[in-house]
Design a protein around this ligand. Structure first.
Ligand SMILES: Cc1ncc(COP(=O)(O)O)c(C=O)c1O
Length: 475
């Protein structure tokens, strides 16, 4: 892959370099950059460094599919995974030194961008004091207090190392405190890869078209009822037909692409679960500390019973948490009898990174994130109109759906044109724009992005759409 664009074949004439910067009208610079990229590659090969393809081959020998998490594979967009060497601000840099504007942000945690100086300093300071004690620390209490001060429904938290574990813990707590077993989840939502929550999941499960059954005991699968997002009748029926312990919801669905709740839907979920004696669990692993200071529960003014948090809470290191009112949370051991534990839970480095991240996320930061998101959405909206596509968004989150009609649930998301998305993805990557390699994911806006980064992305998108739109009229 050259990493460079040649300009669109028809009316769009903007030329953009591999790193996304404008080239003006000159093709000489494109050629110069291409030659330089070839030189770097050849120098690497001479130094005995495997190129991307050779490294992927090695990776496949020791890592299933060559990756440690399926969403990193780029198979669904027709590519081998690009190996990343480093990152800085709003960019990731591959092993050949190509810089890409990064709209993945490690799938959410990097809301401040990469290598944020305060976060790095906090990690350094914590590491110098020891990387893990397996004992209580003051910083964990500070992080708990910070989260409680933000999330309207949370009085206590229990930390875990991943969102998957936090969601599992929420399920166990909900079952124990209601003395019921059935969980309701939404088709296309993702709550991690635990047995009971993987049914009809979005994210990598949907991207790779993988059935959620293999390896999951039938009894576990039977304990989960799946309903359509934004559907009220389906929830009412499921709550009437089963003794439901909890309804799990991403308050803004983000793992089938961004699908916001329809007007009043979260309030409806709150009332319906309350009447049925079921708990409402908001999985705010993506929305938490992103769509507002206190997550989607603040943005929409709806308080869940339990909240699952992840990503930003660890500032780019492995940390997650489940939170809720004292009455529920004190059921967890050792205060109560619901067992949950973790060797690295509340790890000092992760806690330091999380605290240093959250402390920078003040009102000014959220205003800025909203301004940046609006600029990106408004530019994409213009392009979407031109190419008959749909844009969905929430503060800090955007999806360009290759669909002519709005997406309100998983079936609509599944009906999008995945081939066209893949062609667009490849065209964007060539133009130095790093997007999630799946139609069923969000673009993550960070505070390290600026207006220039957004405009570079929009210019690249204009070219990429013009070059890949099957209905384009040339001339
Ligand atoms: C909404 C949601 N919940 C849970 C998870 C699982 O988190 P983790 O990957 O940390 O296990 C994710 C991961 O992307 C997620 O998006």
């Amino acid at each position: 892959m050259s990493g460079l664009s040649r300009g669109a074949p028809d009316k769009v004439t903007i030329k953009v370099r591999g790193d996304g910067r404008l080239l003006g009208e000159s093709n000489q610079e494109v050629e110069y950059q291409e030659a330089k990229a070839r030189e770097i590659e050849e120098a690497g090969a001479q130094a005995g460094r495997p190129d991307n393809a050779a490294l992927f081959e090695r990776a496949r020998q020791v890592l299933p599919g060559g990756v440690n998490s399926p969403v990193r594979a780029m198979r669904q967009v027709g590519l081998d995974p690009v190996f990343i060497e480093s990152a800085e601000g709003g960019e990731v840099i591959d092993r050949d030194g190509r810089r890409y504007l990064d709209w993945v942000g490690s799938w959410g945690p990097m809301i401040l961008g990469h290598t944020n100086p305060q976060v790095l300093e906090a990690i350094r300071e914590a590491a110098a004091r020891g990387t893990s004690f397996g004992a209580a620390t003051e910083a964990e209490v500070e992080l708990g207090e910070e989260v409680v001060s933000r999330m309207p429904s949370v009085e206590m938290i229990r930390m875990t190392s991943s969102g998957t574990e936090a969601a599992m813990t929420a399920a166990r707590l909900a079952r124990a405190s209601t003395d019921r077993e059935v969980l309701i989840k939404f088709a296309g939502a993702y709550h991690g890869h635990s047995d009971g929550l993987l049914a009809e999941a979005g994210s990598g499960v949907a991207t790779h078209g993988i059935p959620s059954g293999p390896g999951i005991p039938a009894a576990q699968a039977a304990g989960t009822v799946v309903v359509d997002w934004n559907d009220r009748d389906a929830i009412n029926r499921a709550l009437a037909d089963h003794d439901v312990a909890a309804v799990f919801a991403e308050p803004v669905a983000a793992n089938m692409g961004i699908v916001p709740p329809e007007e009043g839907y979260l309030q409806f979920l709150r009332e319906a679960t309350g009447k049925a004696g079921a708990l409402l669990v908001f999985d705010e692993v993506i929305t938490g500390f992103r769509v507002a200071r206190g997550g989607a529960q603040e943005l929409f003014g709806v308080k869940p019973d339990l909240t699952v948090m992840g990503k930003i809470i660890g500032g780019g290191l492995p940390a997650a948490a489940v939170g809720g009112p004292r009455e529920l949370m004190n059921n967890l051991a050792p205060a109560g009898e619901v067992y949950q534990a973790g060797t690295l839970s509340g790890n000092p480095l992760a806690v330091a990174a999380g605290l240093a991240t959250l402390r920078q996320l003040d009102a000014t930061a959220y205003d800025r994130l909203a301004t940046l998101t609006d600029r990106l959405v408004s530019g994409l909206d213009d392009l979407a109109r031109e190419h008959n596509l749909e844009v969905a968004s929430a503060p800090g989150l955007v999806t360009l759906f290759f669909s002519a009609r709005p997406v309100r649930n998983f079936s609509d998301a599944m009906a999008t044109d995945r081939e066209r998305h893949a062609a667009f993805y490849r065209a964007m990557l060539e133009r130095g724009i790093w997007l999630p390699p799946s139609q069923f994911e969000a673009w993550f806006v960070s505070l390290a992005h600026d207006e220039i980064a957004i405009d570079r992305t929009l210019m690249a998108a204009a070219e990429a759409l013009a070059a890949t739109d099957p209905n384009r009229v040339i001339g």
